[in-house]
Design a protein around this ligand. Structure first.
Ligand SMILES: [Zn+2]
Length: 305
């Protein structure tokens, strides 16, 4: 399947190969007991091993939570080894924030720890629909031994869930359709650090795979949590939350308004894909890889308003 065929079929481009790539940077302790590895602003390559999303772990008095579940078995094995260099506490939870392969294929690296694998209540069906496609694409790039199997959640979040790592409470929210139809966010109550996963992209252009109007709604819901800092799914390890959300919602709003106008003016979906949101081009990495697909997705949603 070519990039363009994938684009047209509406499937996520996260796994398509490119020829560039470099080793992922190391973990940084960004808050007390919170370790994050910044993902690279690249598509998945053999060289980056699928490590393109921000991932890490949180240590409480009694246990460890992993978030996100990493982009491949190899990426997950790397993270597990890094955890074991720093703590021997049990890895009790692995959070899979949504169905995209850069956030879930490392879950298998933690199976020996027998963690609870936590996902949105819609994640199982999403993995059922797409998991094998993603796995095959990832295996083509990384080799089947490094890609990892599809791992399903063992605990589903319906609305919200509170976890306690021992003196460290984490609050999870299962969001309505937004970036995907199965987005989870998490707040570390102790530090006030928010983990919106791919509900927040920074520097890397947001990828729309759920609902544009829903994402703008869920963005408002996240703002009401009152967090001042966040670990975005893609971008720097930690950002000031408010200005990062201004950038995200500006892009999504431009996408919504210009797509609405294109529909009203009778512009075809293909022409809209080439013309909508072009003022955003210089502001985002990988803009040309995702914007057209975002417009196609937005067009299909908004033409039925
Ligand atoms: Zn994603």
């Amino acid at each position: 399947m070519t990039r363009r065929e994938t684009l047209i079929s509406g499937l996520c481009l996260c796994c398509l190969p490119t020829t560039t790539g470099a080793a992922a940077p190391a973990l940084t302790e960004v808050g007390s007991g919170i370790f994050i590895r910044a993902g690279l602003h690249e598509e998945v390559t053999r060289a980056n091993g699928g490590g393109i999303a921000n991932v890490g772990f949180i240590v409480g008095r009694d246990a460890v939570l992993v978030t996100d579940a990493c982009g491949s078995l190899a990426d997950g094995e790397w993270l597990r080894a890094e955890i074991r260099k720093r703590t021997d506490k049990p890895i009790r939870y692995v959070l899979v924030t949504h169905v995209h392969p850069d956030h879930c294929f490392g879950a298998a690296a933690f199976v020996a720890d027998q963690p609870t694998i936590i996902g949105h209540h819609a994640l199982r069906a999403a993995l059922g629909a797409r998991g094998e496609f993603y796995r095959k694409r990832l295996a083509e790039i990384l080799g089947s031994d490094r890609a990892g199997p599809v791992v399903y959640p063992t605990e589903e979040v319906k609305d919200g869930l509170e976890l306690d790592l021992g003196g460290r409470v984490l609050r999870l929210i299962a969001h309505g359709p937004a970036h995907t139809n199965c987005d989870l966010s998490m707040l570390d109550v102790q530090t006030g650090l928010l983990f919106p996963a791919d509900l927040l992209f920074v520097h890397r252009v947001p990828a729309l795979d759920g609902s544009l109007r829903g994402w703008l709604n869920e963005a408002e819901r996240l703002k009401r949590l009152g967090a001042s800092r966040a670990v975005p799914g893609h971008g720097p390890m930690v950002v000031d939350f408010a200005p990062a959300m201004v950038d995200l919602t500006r892009y999504l709003s431009v996408l919504r308004e210009e797509t609405r106008k294109a529909i009203a003016d009778g512009v075809s979906i293909a022409d809209a894909g080439r013309t909508v949101a072009q003022t955003e081009r210089g502001r985002w990495a990988l803009f040309d890889d995702y914007n057209e697909r975002n417009v196609v997705k937005a067009y299909k949603e908004l033409e039925w308003e």
